[in-house]
Design a protein around this ligand. Structure first.
Ligand SMILES: Nc1ncnc2c1ncn2[C@@H]1O[C@H](COP(=O)(O)OP(=O)(O)OP(=O)(O)O)[C@@H](O)[C@H]1O
Ligand SMILES: [Mg+2]
Length: 609
């Protein structure tokens, strides 16, 4: 039995989520159940949450927490840092310099156009002048000849007799209750219980061990669709089990193909926008693959290439990759994609925005056109659809809920309008109110801002750690592991942590800065309230965010949340259009080995928690 999940055991629960969520005016704080060992990061059990009682009295109030001010002359704190011995070469202090990209989102308008604020040239002189985007652009991949393709098996679906026996009315009712909408020719019926998908026994055993009660709606409908070997667009809310929706059919797909021979590349390729997400997907794949001798590896930037190359050369059926490193590996011919017949784009809308699209094109050009392609996301802006379909053939589409941008209804959303100067004080107030050892994730828009707040929090005694694209990978891994294990329950982050990450029991997400799109808002807050748990998202909204007010209100209303009058007032003061989603142009280029030092700032005295 999955201890944190009762939603999926109740077939009506999706239908009645408005009541279940009880989002308005909820008084008792949401404390998700703590679960056992964490899957990632050392395997340490979650320590019991320390209580306020044990921390030597409450933190000083009133004036104890000065409003945060930007230090005037760079940062120098952290040299030789207090976090020594933590497994990364931390403590080098400030690395801020003029060329720092504004944030992890890049903000460039696509790196071919040369317009926009981020993109090429923005990273400063530290990296030997190389613009990583252009470097990737310059990698020429061999032209593939798809003239003489060996046919392969992709329709692997056998409809279970119990599904065949359903009446049309039952099918319609089942879909309606779970808000499942389908498009496409010859759509298979959804399955209702795990064994109706006809997965191999080892899959069912792992599912049983994980304690899942029944398929989530996206799995119920997505599995038969994917098993039929057809292309697919699958859209379902954050935390609703999309990863397994594409991984389990991937195992069936692999098992139906001839074995790899020396020199063959992978059969399944999963592309994801961030390294941490790619690693997490592989961890999920390992849970199942190890039982079936299906090998997988993760190809992502920032980590040493040697072991990745070795894995590829030994032969792996499943590769999970971030696009940049994969192109690198393809360019150096450490891997080829001639055997790929099952291609997944996780966070597909992100992968098709202008930051990634050229890389995706490049990778897809290496894969046979009769492959099966599957897209997954919680958000699906209309601008993406046409481009997306360009890479698809006769696709199915399955949407859980409406296609309009929407947040997971298990999340209580609170928006507070304030001035920039008030943010830090408000954050501290929140921490004092809710901090009991459960995890809190705080999003900033810029790497610099992220470091500044982290530094300030640490100096004030709050043991926050931050993760963003200018930290080296070892530090990023360490911070995430500390957060996942609960050893360090406050994490600050840029949008590198916005999508896909599945950390149990995040109690609260704070948007310290409003994100640069409503899609990002939905993904960020979706780090809480996953797999049936509930969570809270607190968003700081300032005058400069006014253009998002109208769309944000729509999201709040759709989820039955309170719309503060001060937010409504903003719609009157601003033309409310957030801009074109695709043009946000963000590439997946993380750090170049920089360490910003914020994580190593010694904790201030009078540690509040
Ligand atoms: N059928 C199920 N029943 C209960 N829990 C499940 C089920 N399937 C998956 N889960 C769990 O739900 C959690 C969220 O799954 P997952 O990360 O795949 O969500 P997602 O839909 O990809 O979310 P996001 O849009 O944020 O990426 C995971 O911890 C996963 O193990
Ligand atoms: Mg996901």
């Amino acid at each position: 039995m999955n201890p944190y999940d009762n939603r999926y055991s109740d077939p009506d629960s999706y239908r009645h989520r408005h009541h279940r969520s009880d989002l308005m005016g909820q008084k008792t704080p949401v404390v998700p159940t703590m679960i056992g060992p964490v899957p990632h990061g050392g395997g340490a059990g979650v320590p019991p949450p320390p209580s306020f009682a044990g921390r030597g009295g409450p933190p000083p109030v009133g004036g104890g927490y000065p409003a945060f001010e930007r230090p005037s002359s760079g940062f120098s704190v952290g040299r030789g840092g207090g976090g020594g011995g933590r497994g990364f070469s931390g403590g080098r202090g400030s690395n801020f310099h003029g060329g720092d990209r504004r944030n992890d989102a890049g903000r460039g308008r696509g790196w071919n156009s040369g317009s926009g604020r981020g993109g090429g040239g923005g990273r400063g002189g530290r990296f030997g002048g190389g613009d990583p985007r252009r470097e990737l652009d310059n990698i020429a991949l061999p032209k593939q000849d798809f003239g003489d393709l060996v046919p392969f098996e992709k329709n692997l679906y056998f409809e279970n007799p119990s599904i065949r026996a359903m009446s049309e009315h039952e099918v319609v009712t089942f879909r309606a209750r779970r808000e499942i909408t389908v498009e496409g020719h010859d759509v298979p019926r959804p399955i209702r219980i795990f064994h109706e998908a006809n997965f191999p026994d080892y899959c069912l055993q792992v599912i049983a061990k994980l304690g899942f009660v029944e398929p989530t709606p996206i799995q119920a409908q997505g599995w038969p669709m994917a098993l039929k070997g057809r292309d697919l667009i699958g859209i379902a809310e954050t935390g609703s089990g999309k990863t397994l929706a594409y991984l389990l059919p991937a195992f069936v797909h692999v098992a139906a193909q001839p074995r790899l021979v020396h020199g063959d590349g992978p059969i399944v390729l999963v592309l994801a926008p961030t390294r941490e997400l790619a690693v997490q997907i592989q961890e999920e794949a390992l849970k199942f693959g190890s039982k079936a001798n299906i090998r997988s590896t993760c190809i992502y930037g920032g980590a040493p290439k040697g072991p990745q190359i070795r894995d590829l050369q030994r032969g792996v059926e499943i590769v999970i990759a971030t696009p940049g490193r994969l192109i690198d590996m393809l360019g150096a011919q450490h891997v080829n994609l001639r055997r790929v017949t099952y291609l997944v784009l996780d966070e597909a809308d992100r992968m098709l925005d202008m930051g990634f699209e050229p890389q995706i094109r490049k990778i897809v050009s290496q894969i046979r056109p009769d492959r099966q392609t599957l897209y997954w996301s919680a958000t699906w802006p209309r601008e993406v659809e046409a481009l997306a379909r360009h890479f698809l053939h006769n696709p199915y589409k399955v949407i859980i809920g409406s296609q309009d941008l929407k947040a997971n209804q298990s999340i209580k959303q609170v928006v507070e309008v304030m001035m920039d100067l008030e943010k830090y004080k408000r954050l501290i107030k929140l921490l004092k109110e809710v901090m009991d050892g459960s995890r809190i994730l705080i999003f900033m828009e810029t790497k610099k801002g992220c470091d500044q707040v982290t530094r300030q929090l640490r100096m004030d005694g709050w043991a926050a750690l931050s993760i963003h694209g200018d930290k080296n990978q070892a530090e990023r891994d360490w911070v995430l592991a500390e957060f996942k294990s609960g050893r360090s329950p406050i994490m600050t982050a840029t949008d590198v942590a916005a999508r896909g990450l599945d950390v149990k029991d995040i109690k609260c997400v704070v948007n310290y800065d409003f994100p640069s799109s409503l899609e990002d808002y939905v993904h960020r807050i979706g780090r809480t309230g996953r797999a049936g748990a509930r969570g809270t998202a607190l968003t700081f909204f300032t005058e400069s965010n006014a253009k998002f007010a109208r769309d944000l209100i729509k999201i709040l209303q759709e989820a039955g949340q309170i719309v503060p009058p001060s937010l409504s007032a903003m719609t009157r003061s601003a033309g409310s259009f957030g801009g074109n989603f695709r043009s946000r142009g963000r590439g997946g280029f993380g750090n170049r080995g920089m360490i910003s030092g914020s994580n190593t700032v010694p904790l201030g005295a009078g540690r509040p928690w």
